[in-house]
Design a protein around this ligand. Structure first.
Ligand code: ADP
Ligand code: X15
Length: 397
């Protein structure tokens, strides 16, 4: 795939309306909705500032979460508009819809040097289906399309790829920087190369293991993904996260790792809880021995030792997805220990994923990592060598 794409510097944006796709899918406090980590907003600032300084009228857009049934007030981008306005030191006009009457009127009235934010693109059903009608409507509000949504470039959606069929499409500075840094670290990686996978987006991430087995020396599995492997081996997982459809696949991955001589490490013990809550009763059990009514929310202490030992002498570490529900202090131990182990290695450390980045930030280890990517799934798919639809759709240099 050709990553040498035109950037905002290769087009004239003066006096033009620019549709700017960002990844403002930020972590939020489950109870209050407050933004808990604004890294993705901060990361978009250089492109936004460049566009505003060069006389563009910026129509920013993004998805947030996974709304299923159209507009959901809990997933409004309004809090993001508020934070963006603070960071830019200027008003951000918030639209009440994506391509409806409010958005189109506000876009039509937008002046050079002004910025507005469309409502959550996934409030439109056509977004994730990459509906050309929706893409056309979005494109009709602008004259140039700029994508800087690195975290979403692995999605072929209307706002991440479809609009490029209707407008000259170029990349922003964030996408450029991410491709350069991650691509550089993995072109000829310092070995051993260790990949750590966790988190809760099991079905969207478990598939990368097959390709990671081609490049990694060790693969470590934690977080919600571990229970699918455990169940596949006949273990009891109680009420833990489980993707039963992926059990056969996980068995295949264990066999493939063995055949290729790649170390595939799975938890040997797990911290279980009697509810998904910060104050739930909890205890440690061996993997595969989780009673009904209990769920695994963190890796156990023996696993922590095993995993920390496995990264000690790594040359490069790619980490995507927390080891447990780190938002609850009682289940943050595994994630914290792995973050600390990475902070103390000489390895090149690349952290991917909104929540993984937030975890490293909250735990105070952000400065100790080589690169904290704004993309989780996106950085994984890039490292696997898959085509990224959100980059492929941009104009070649
Ligand atoms: N065992 C588990 N059970 C349920 N959720 C988990 C478990 N381990 C981690 N998580 C959750 O996974 C979420 C992050 O997953 P994911 O979105 O895949 O990561 P990232 O955003 O870093 O790519 C966190 O909110 C965390 O609470
Ligand atoms: O948070 C994101 O991905 P990540 O959790 O893999 O980092 C991106 O915003 C993509 O979101 P999506 O996985 O709902 O398409």
């Amino acid at each position: 795939m050709n990553y040498n794409k035109k950037t905002v510097k290769d087009v004239d944006v003066k006096g033009k309306k620019v549709l700017l796709r960002c990844d403002f899918n930020v972590p939020q406090d489950k109870a209050t909705g407050a933004i808990t980590d604004d890294k993705r907003i901060v990361a978009a600032l250089p492109t936004i500032q460049y566009l505003l300084d060069n006389g563009a009228a910026v129509i920013a857009c993004s998805h947030l979460g996974k709304p299923k049934e159209g507009p959901d007030p809990k997933l409004s981008l309004a809090p993001v508009a508020g934070r963006l306005a603070e960071l830019l030191g200027k008003p951000v006009i918030m639209a009440a819809d994506v391509v409806g009457p409010d958005a189109t009127a506000k876009a039509a009235a937008l002046k050079p040097g002004e910025i507005m934010l469309l409502e959550n693109t996934r409030f439109e059903k056509g977004e994730t289906k990459n509906d050309p009608e929706l893409a056309k409507k979005m494109a009709s509000m602008a004259e140039v399309y700029v994508s800087d949504a690195f975290g979403a470039v692995h999605r072929a959606h209307a706002s991440t790829a479809g609009v490029a069929d209707y407008l000259p499409a170029v990349s922003g500075f964030l996408i450029q920087k991410e491709l350069e840094i991650i691509g550089g670290a993995l072109a000829d990686p310092k070995r051993p190369l260790v990949a750590i996978l966790g988190g809760s987006k099991v079905s969207s991430k478990i598939g990368v293991i097959n390709n990671l087995l081609e490049i990694a020396d060790t693969i470590i599995i934690g977080g919600g993904m571990a229970y699918t492997f455990s169940a596949a081996e006949g273990g009891k997982v109680g009420d833990s996260l489980l993707e039963a459809d992926w059990e056969d696949y996980s068995k295949e991955m264990v066999a493939k790792a063995k055949a290729k001589g790649v170390k595939l490490l799975l938890p040997v013990d797990t911290v279980i809880a009697d509810a998904f809550a910060p104050d739930a009763n909890h205890k440690v059990v061996a993997s595969g021995e989780i009673p009904d009514g209990w769920q695994g929310l963190d890796i156990g202490p023996e696993t922590v030792k095993l995993y920390c030992d496995a990264v000690k002498d790594a040359g490069t570490v790619i980490w995507n997805g927390p080891m447990g529900v780190f938002e609850f202090p009682a289940f943050a131990v595994g994630t914290k220990a792995v973050a600390e182990a990475l902070a103390n290695t000489n390895a090149i450390t690349i952290i991917g994923g909104g929540d993984s980045a937030a975890a490293v930030q909250q735990l105070g280890y952000a400065d100790k990592m080589t690169h904290i990517s704004t993309g989780g799934g996106a950085s994984l798919e890039f490292m696997e060598g898959k085509e990224l639809p959100g980059v492929a759709c941009l104009l070649d240099k």
